[in-house]
Design a protein around this ligand. Structure first.
Ligand SMILES: [Zn+2]
Length: 504
């Protein structure tokens, strides 16, 4: 039995605070998701803004494998806009939704049940008049009166819905309850066998994956999820956990997906790089420690036979720790190695990546797979200079044991150069003060995180910075460099640039 994987990293994932991706990053991620062979990519919410529309349209127009879904509330304008954005896709899908719970209808929508039912009906009808593939979600399904939920689902199917998605919008359900809900829908809704049942579970109680899998056991044939489980609040069901649970425990679930699991690790790295949301070390499947055996007893066992303590082969998700490149590797070797771990770069991108590899190789003997993935993702996510509003031209920092530090920065803002001097308690603070002086107080620094990609004082430093603009919107950027100060300056300038360009 085949389960469709519906990835909503670009919609549910991207809309959570601080995870905003640039247009360029969204395109790179959509291409990677096709490589991962997800069945459906929910590319965004076209009516939300001009930028969202453009991103969904460009993803749809260039898609070759996955179905491209656009989200729409149950209004004519939303549905029309979604269709306009996705109609160029090889396989387009409109995803429309209306709440079915009394608490939503009364306080948020101020609609009666029969008004909500009519809105759902009209939206699905309008969507199926233009598109063959229409998904309908009764929002907050798990807190809805079951009888009303069944009638809303029936109405959607009557009007032409092809997929019925059951969202646990607030992450309230438990596996037993969620499984029973899917079972009852299959029992009580008449034409349900003519459509695909889908799940969309949030992780507020840490049950998103368990609930989704309970749905699969009861006959759900599509699972909505995100890479690294990012999404509103505590996030969504995580794609890598769903896919690997179905694969590793196939006898329990009797189901498989079409996902190319060897692309999981690269995709996870890309999403964490683009959003700045670091993956916790003990995260299942993609965490740094997910396959690390620390204790002597376990190490001994694994050396004797992997099966003693490993239920999955790390290679299956595209992860292996062997060193892949050395100090003297040339551009071709770098291109070949990147290709072997799944990265295809343009000539310019390859040039940038080679420069970063060489510069790192000068300071560090061997470059590991993690270094290479980080470099490739940072190059793929990098916006060409001409598309940026703010860019770092040069930087000079003085610091010493006497206390305090100072920095001189030169920036290019809307193609005009500007320079400033800043003082601070340390070098990073001095750089931040100089940048602020140069461009005026447009943003505030909300968060600063520093980590080393691999061990040693010469490892790549990875800095994640979140800034907030005057409207309260958050923008996060990550930068890599062998030098901590440079990584900090780049992450700061990149996130300010992101805020100046809005989400696009
Ligand atoms: Zn959601």
């Amino acid at each position: 039995m085949r389960v469709w994987i519906f990835d909503t990293t670009l919609r549910d994932g991207e809309q959570c605070p601080g995870a905003t991706m640039t247009h360029h990053e969204k395109m790179a991620l959509a291409m990677q998701l096709e490589k991962l062979r997800v069945d459906v990519i929910e590319a965004g919410f076209p009516v939300a803004s001009e930028d969202d529309f453009k991103a969904v349209k460009e993803i749809a127009d260039s898609s070759t494998y996955s179905t491209i879904a656009g989200l729409a509330r149950a209004t004519d304008r939303d549905v029309d806009r979604a269709w306009e954005a996705i109609r160029g896709a090889k396989k387009p899908r409109i995803h429309t939704f209306m709440s079915s719970s009394d608490v939503h209808l009364k306080y948020q929508f101020k609609k009666t049940r029969s008004e909500a039912l009519e809105m759902a009906r009209a939206a699905v009808k309008r969507a199926s008049d233009c598109c063959d593939d229409v998904e309908f979600s009764p929002m907050d399904a798990t807190r809805s009166d079951p009888a009303f939920l069944y009638s809303m689902i029936s109405a959607a199917i009557e009007e032409g819905a092809t997929v019925i998605n059951i969202p646990d919008t607030v992450g309230y359900s438990t596996p037993g309850e969620f499984g029973a809900l899917i079972r009852n829908i299959r029992k009580r809704v008449e034409a349900i066998d003519s459509v695909v049942i889908s799940t969309h579970c949030h992780n507020d109680l840490g049950l998103a994956v368990a609930n989704s899998l309970a749905g699969v056991l009861e006959g759900a044939r599509q699972v909505e999820c995100t890479i690294n489980g990012i999404g509103e609040r505590a996030g969504n069901a995580s794609l890598e956990e769903i896919v690997m649970a179905l694969k590793t425990r196939s006898t329990v679930y009797g189901a498989h997906t079409g996902v190319n699991t060897r692309e999981i690790f690269n995709t996870s790295k890309m999403v964490s790089e683009f959003t700045g949301f670091t993956v916790q070390p003990n995260k299942a499947i993609v965490g740094r420690n997910a396959f690390a055996h620390e204790s002597g007893i376990h190490q001994h066992g694994v050396l004797a036979n992997k099966k003693t303590y490993e239920i999955m082969d790390p290679e299956m998700i595209g992860k292996s720790s062997e060193l892949v490149i050395g100090k003297h590797s040339g551009r071709h070797a770098i291109a070949d190695t990147l290709a072997s771990i799944g990265f295809k770069l343009s000539e310019t991108q390859l040039g940038d990546a080679t420069a970063m590899v060489k510069s790192l190789a000068d300071k560090k003997k061997q470059i590991g797979r993690d270094d290479l993935i980080a470099i490739a993702n940072s190059v793929l996510g990098r916006l060409p200079d001409e598309k940026r509003r703010l860019r770092l031209v040069s930087i000079k920092v003085r610091t010493g044991s006497a206390g305090g530090a100072s920095a001189d920065v030169r920036l290019s803002l809307d193609s005009k150069e500007t320079a400033a001097h800043g003082e601070g308690v340390g070098p990073v603070d001095a750089v931040a003060n100089a940048v602020k002086k140069a461009i005026g107080q447009r943003v505030t620094l909300k968060e600063y995180n520093l980590k080393a990609i691999t061990g040693g004082t010469n490892a790549l430093a990875n800095v994640v910075i979140t800034v907030q603009d005057r409207k309260g919107r958050l923008y996060t950027c990550e930068a890599l460099n062998e030098d901590v100060i440079m990584a900090s300056a780049n992450a700061l300038v990149d996130s300010i640039d992101k805020s100046l360009r809005g989400s696009g």
